[in-house]
Design a protein around this ligand. Sequence first.
Ligand code: ZN
Length: 156
Amino acid sequence: MDALVGELQLRLGTRGTGVVEYYYFSEGEGDALTEHCGEGDPHSRVGCTNDLQRVFSIEIPMEHELVHGVHAEVGFSHRFLEEGLAEYLGDDASRPGRGEPTGTLAEALAAATPENLPLGDYARAGHFVAFLVLSGGSDDGDAITLDDGHRDGGRA
Ligand SMILES: [Zn+2]
């Protein structure tokens, strides 16, 4: 997992001065996960990351949350871009995918709040970030930056 964190630090252009703490809970420890991730977001049942670079998950390793954990060092982007980045660079371990994108990109952007992104929009967000990275030519070793000036709290 340390090697993956190091790779993500390079990909995201973070300095790597922060330490990602990973807290694993077995499926039977759902209450402990809920304590850290809340109950409102269905995705929170799988994992979440706070702005202190602490990852909480019932999967190990859960690459999606590690992306958030590394990115937390510089602050999270707009919810749609942040989830797209995590989808683009990480997988969801043994969890099923997040389903087919629904609605338009504009609807997905509008549906994103600092606290939530509808699960159906995760795939669209991942595709959008992939488009940005690939069309910007920055997937050849350059750090990916999604600095939209929007930094806020924890991520699921
Ligand atoms: Zn996420």
